[in-house]
Write a protein that binds this ligand. Structure first.
Ligand code: ZN
Length: 447
């Protein structure tokens, strides 16, 4: 049993901000939450404001090596993808372990307690399986353990280069398992374990044909596992899908049995009204990744309309142009303001719920709320920072969502275990040095 005493804690959209909150933890879960409590002897004080752990719903860990190197100049998603493939080609299990450990440690420092890794770098650069065909996935599992955060490994099926059925070529050959049956067999060898959940991914309607999508959906249904897919990030994908199948990507995914309450559509940027209705009616979540979507000039998706239709919203840092879920959260509102010329589409509490509880649900974790029975993930922000100075309980949620940054996170507890204290990672002593080292090694090889 451990006890944590927060000056201020956010108890969710309904109960709001509470003062002097005692959180009692048994094992990895919250046993009791008491407002207006005095700290008992032995309790760890959490000065500032405490929120549930942040969930990063969509990550490609290796994209962290691209930060600062792909933003200048012209081009679009497709030209950026060429640069991304160069880095992908240089990764092996050891280098991926180093890079992902450092990247996940950066996430921990930012208050992220669980990450959904959309993983498709399955095989060696020539497309041959490693001695253990899941060696790359196991490297990611090991990395999350070293960084002290939980991982939902979204093992992603990726079978073809495009809707015209072209086979994988060049940098893509390591993504493929040949067919969906082989994907299911390989992914089926991965096991859930403490802090690790294995989930299924359909890379996109470009990369997976409808029959194969149905196989992946059935695999996920068998295990009651989350199922994620990239959906309509690009107009070109919609056009190619309509031309090849007569359906939008959302309608095609629905026809293959992919949509539903365990499913998360990542991006969901370029949707028709019918697509929005379909995603909402099936309870499919939408993972919005605004800092990546703006970096890649993808566009601004209909987040408000999706939420109104019934799709829970969650957030991802995706390409890790930055790793800061406060920035992602406010961008959902601010981007929609720019797109519509109006304010007030999303309330701050709703955005904080997207960053916490809704994201955890999309990743298959009982976490993201400060309530008994939930995994004990506690993230504390220091209100003495220049960004948050002046915060008062009545407007603390608004202040966090519109002004906090990852740098304001002072303490992080993951499933009852403290991973960050006083802004320092307790397991990875120098996260910046680890990032610099692992990225430097990779860039040497990718040249
Ligand atoms: Zn992605």
């Amino acid at each position: 049993m451990s006890a944590w005493h927060a000056d201020l804690a956010w108890l969710g959209p309904e109960r709001g901000m509470a003062e002097r909150v005692l959180v009692e933890v048994e094992g990895e879960r919250i046993a009791a939450v008491t407002e207006g409590a005095d700290p008992p002897a032995g309790a760890t004080r959490l000065p500032g404001v405490t929120i549930p752990g942040l969930a990063n719903g969509h990550s490609h860990a290796f994209h962290r090596a691209l930060r600062g190197r792909t933003h200048r100049g012209r081009g679009d998603f497709w030209s950026w993808r060429e640069l991304m493939y160069q880095v992908a080609g240089a990764l092996d299990p050891d280098r991926y372990l180093e890079l992902a450990t450092a990247t996940y440690a950066e996430m921990a420092l930012a208050g992220i307690t669980a990450v959904g890794e959309f993983h498709y770098l399955h095989h060696d650069p020539a497309g041959r399986p490693y001695a253990d065909p899941n060696q790359m996935g196991e490297a990611l599992i090991e990395a999350a353990g070293r960084a002290g955060i939980r991982l939902t490994l979204i093992d992603t099926c990726y079978l073809r280069a495009g809707l015209d059925g072209q086979p994988l070529a060049g940098a893509q050959v390591r993504f493929g398992d040949g067919d969906a049956g082989a994907w299911a067999e390989r992914a089926g060898a991965l096991r859930d374990r403490p802090g690790v959940r294995v989930a299924a991914g359909v890379h996109s309607v470009r990369a997976v044909d409808p029959a194969a999508m149905a196989t992946v959906a059935a695999w996920a249904a068998d295990r009651q596992a989350p199922l994620h897919l990239h959906l309509s990030e690009q107009r070109a994908e919609n056009q190619a899908c309509l031309a090849a199948t007569g359906r939008t990507p959302a309608a095609l995914a629905e026809s293959a049995g992919v949509l539903g309450p365990r499913t998360t559509a990542v991006h969901a940027t370029h949707l028709t009204d019918q697509d929005v209705a379909l995603l909402g009616a099936t309870g499919t979540a939408a993972c919005i990744c605004p800092t990546t979507e703006r970096d890649l000039a993808d566009g601004v998706g209909p987040a408000r309309a999706l939420a109104d239709a019934g799709s829970p919203l969650c957030l991802g840092s995706d390409s890790h142009a930055v790793i800061d879920l406060f920035e992602e959260a406010r961008a959902v509102e601010l981007d929609e303001r720019l797109a519509t010329g109006r304010r007030g589409h999303h309330q701050p509490a709703g955005l904080l719920a997207a960053a916490t509880g809704a994201g955890m649900a999309a990743l298959g974790w009982d976490a993201g709320r400060l309530a008994p029975g939930q995994l004990a993930d506690l993230v504390t922000l220091d209100l003495r920072s220049v960004r948050l100075a002046g915060t008062r309980p009545a407007d603390a949620v608004d202040h966090l969502v519109f002004a906090a940054t990852a740098a304001d996170v002072s303490s992080v507890v993951v499933a009852g275990r403290q991973v960050v204290r006083d802004g320092r990672h307790l397991l990875v002593p120098d996260v910046a040095a680890a990032l610099d080292r692992s990225i430097g090694a990779l860039l040497e090889l990718a040249r």
